[in-house]
Design a protein around this ligand. Structure first.
Ligand code: ATP
Length: 364
């Protein structure tokens, strides 16, 4: 029997509630499949670890992750620790340290979800946003001087390398090619930012030569926001810089009905390092400890994790279970206007997984 080694890093806030729920779903799946099992190792890194040790994760933390097949991550964020400390000390350290340069964010309106775009059909919104995940605006290059004085200066340098831009665009073209519409929108701000963003456009034109069957186009990021709202069906696969795609994918998640639903994969496509899967939402301290966090974003991330491991059938079965559950309004959490708890949704998804395994056995 295959054994997959999975690291779980719940992190902060509702991450501590949704990641155990994700683990429960993976365990239910393994029990029902009987073809593979998971060996979990939990890492207690995050805000509480910082209060005790002065760092979000230990210096040799990345080494402990290297032996894993995949990582399931919750969120990093703590109201008592500056956001840049929690972000740089944990999530970015892992993404950059393990060269997870492709951040992949699928968005769809799942069955039963009341999404805010009333002028379009649910199937009009079916996107995958590919976010550059290791450089650009998140390079961390810059500095501050004369702090607190009237002459204070601060800089944040956005670094774009040819290697970095080429590899993310090639990944996005390949992904677009694998989807039925074979359509890629390359988003930049190359009218205002006339160096690196112009290089993005030039490199897109070069990489496009390798994918003659993919239709592609350029779009400015501001125009893209309006287009996502007004003409969602005109988009399919989208590639953008680290910051632009971060913002666009929050918009995408909101348009799909809730921040609590959307998943992400931080992928190292060459598989030299383990990839990491996480819901896109943050720590949401306002609802922490109440047992009402929506675990669907984590479950969909689990689907991406399974796909990455090559367990396509199992992934499809979990996705179907999720959609069966979202279709039932009695199983909606508060963010979707319902009264269900995290535990109820988790239990329902696990039950569906077990039921679909039985149905498969009966057919066989
Ligand atoms: P962070 O600072 O860690 O990025 P945050 O708490 O500021 O995170 P988000 O996680 O982006 O922000 O979420 C914004 C709000 O959306 C939360 O305060 C919460 O009310 C709601 N929300 C987010 N995720 C979920 C979820 N999984 N279930 C229910 N509500 C959610």
């Amino acid at each position: 029997m295959k054994i997959y080694r999975v690291a779980t890093i719940p992190g902060d806030g509702i991450g501590k509630e949704v990641i155990p729920a994700g683990q429960q779903v993976l365990e239910a799946l393994a029990t029902s499949e009987n073809a593979f099992r998971f060996e979990f190792e939990n890492f207690d890194w995050g805000g509480d670890y910082y209060r005790e040790h002065g760092v979000m994760m230990p210096a040799n933390g990345l080494e402990a992750l290297l032996t894993k097949d995949a990582i399931l991550f919750g969120s990093a964020g703590d109201p008592h620790i500056p956001d840049h400390v929690t972000l740089w000390g944990l999530r970015l350290k892992i993404c950059q340290g393990l060269d997870q340069y492709a951040n992949v964010r699928p968005t769809r309106i799942l069955p039963g979800i009341d999404a805010p775009l009333k002028r379009c059909a649910a199937e009009d919104l079916n996107w995958v946003i590919v976010r550059e995940n290791t450089e650009g605006e998140y390079s961390g290059v810059g500095g501050r001087m004369h702090q607190g004085h009237p002459i204070e200066v601060a800089t944040d340098l956005s670094l774009m390398t040819r290697v970095g831009v080429e590899r993310i665009q090639r990944y996005a073209f390949r992904l677009a090619q694998s989807r039925p519409r074979k359509l890629l929108t390359v988003i930049t701000k190359s009218n205002a930012q006339r160096h690196a963003m112009v290089m993005w456009d030039e490199i897109a034109a070069e990489i496009a030569q390798e994918f003659p069957d993919v239709r592609w186009e350029k779009e400015l990021v501001d125009a893209a926001t309006a287009r996502m709202v007004n003409r969602p069906a005109s988009l399919d696969t989208i590639v953008a810089t680290n910051l632009h795609a971060d913002i666009l994918s929050d918009l995408a998640a909101a348009l799909a009905g809730s921040m609590g639903i959307a998943p992400t994969g931080n992928i190292n496509p060459e598989r030299m390092y383990p990839s990491m899967f996480e819901p896109i939402h943050g720590s949401a301290f306002d609802i922490m400890g109440k047992g009402i966090a929506n675990p669907v974003g984590t479950f969909w991330s689990v689907v991406m994790l399974l796909e990455h491991l090559g367990e396509m059938e199992a992934a499809a079965r979990v996705m179907q279970a999720i959609e069966d559950v979202t279709a039932n309004p009695a199983l909606h959490t508060a963010d979707l206007g319902g009264t269900a708890t995290t535990a109820m949704v988790t239990e329902a998804v696990c039950t569906q997984i077990a039921a679909s395994a039985k149905a498969q056995l009966t057919v066989a």
